[in-house]
Design a binder for this molecule. Structure first.
Ligand SMILES: [Zn+2]
Length: 282
């Protein structure tokens, strides 16, 4: 999401209609949604929000599901601040709720060293005060495509879905025909910032479509239907066909009205058009 917007400092549960009750959704409005998946053996948190204060709220909201020996596990879909900057609550000397964090090898790199420090400095300038407490904490366990969490009743299969970022993982739960798409899919559309990113994002969306999910849960957009994937693909195809595609046409493909649109999505569309032009320029 954009650097400039104002965000709530509260995480609340946002009920999911028509979705298995073992999956719960939590929202820091209008910034991002995280999810908790309750399996027999593991309670899996998908993403940790933007700050440790928000992550601690998330822990409080799911504490009742940590019963009967069920253990906590965290998956970072990717290293962007709104998904992984609450990590320190779960790992390292600052952990208030110790739990292993899983993420892609590139996610580990992005949260370490100069790359992570640069991102933190940039966001501290953009939103002064908000990230004072943040100490970037990379995933403890690097996992790639095909890794799986065997929960007993449910299996969480990690699907490498680069495009939005190189380190992006989605989660497929075959028993529930459900995909947690992270930012690989988004309503009205995901963010890509290069020609290579656009091509990769489209391939990742195709891969998620091939899983034939009945439920698709993105981290932005609050929707649950599988048509999100095909609409995102149609938008990318339209942008490639016409890198001057008007925003109104893009929103029509997404099925989203202009009224009430978060301003950052104008930038998302412009960035995709620029990526499409770069693709044509070869
Ligand atoms: Zn995001």
């Amino acid at each position: 999401v954009s650097d400039e917007a104002e965000f709530s400092d509260v995480v609340v549960e946002t009920p999911l209609d028509g979705v298995d009750a073992r999956i719960r959704r939590f929202r820091c409005a209008p910034e991002v949604d995280s999810f908790a998946i309750r399996t027999e053996r593991w309670l899996v948190l998908v993403d940790t929000h933007s700050t440790p204060a928000l992550a601690r709220q998330l822990v409080g909201l799911v504490a009742g599901d940590l019963t009967g020996g069920r253990r906590l596990l965290v998956v970072d879909t990717h290293a962007d601040y709104d998904h992984a900057w609450g990590n320190q609550v779960f790992g390292g000397p600052l952990a208030g709720q110790p739990a292993p964090i899983l993420g892609h090898p590139r996610c580990v790199e992005r949260l370490l060293g100069a790359e992570g420090a640069a991102a933190l400095a940039r966001m501290r300038r953009a939103q002064p005060g908000r990230f004072d407490e943040v100490e970037l904490r990379p995933p403890d366990i690097a996992v790639g495509d095909g890794a799986a969490i065997h929960g007993g009743d449910l299996t969480l299969r990690l699907v490498a879905t680069p495009g939005h970022t190189e380190d992006h993982l989605s989660i497929h739960i075959p028993e529930l025909a459900t995909v947690l798409a992270g930012d690989a899919a988004e309503l009205p559309f995901p963010h890509v910032e290069s020609a290579a990113g656009l091509v990769a994002a489209r391939a990742s969306l195709e891969r998620l479509v091939a899983l034939e999910p009945a439920v698709v849960l993105p981290c932005h957009g609050g929707t649950t239907g599988p048509s999100l994937l095909t609409r995102n693909i149609a938008w990318l195809d339209a942008v490639v066909a016409d890198p001057a595609l008007p925003l109104a046409d893009a929103l029509a493909i997404a099925g989203v009205p202009l009224e009430g649109l978060q301003p950052m999505y104008r930038g998302f569309h412009a960035d995709a058009c620029a990526a499409a032009r770069a693709l044509h320029d070869g």
